[in-house]
Design a protein. Sequence first.
Length: 155
Amino acid sequence: MQNFTQTMALVKGVGLCILLLAFQPVIAESIEAKSFVNTEQEQRYRSLIDEIRCPVCQGQSIGGSNAGLAKDLREKVRELIITQKTNDQIRRYMVDRYGDFVVFKPPVNMNTYLLWYAPFAFLLFGAFFFIRSFKTKKNTQPPVIDTSKAKDLLK
């Protein structure tokens, strides 16, 4: 009898799991495909939505994000492509509204000098101090320790 109740509990548990899996809501949302006049426009669209960073997600492009703002930005990119704007004009439009951060390849200007040149400066400082640490070790003599006081105290 005890085996029967354990088996029934197992069947009920497995049945509940199957029921939950069968009726779970779909969380993943597909990114909509848009229609364009020609394939060149569609290729430009795909390229641009992969180059523009999602301001909400910050690590994804608007092409890979399901955020509401990313959807709006994809629609705006599509609209600008259809109105015959160039890729540079579309990038400029996004940068003007969201800043240099919105493009994965920010331009070199006064606002982004630190972003572009700080890694090289840190590398030079690190190399300088690394080389300097070896030079200072070569010139130092081992210190002479006077042990006479210690011997006197031990007597």
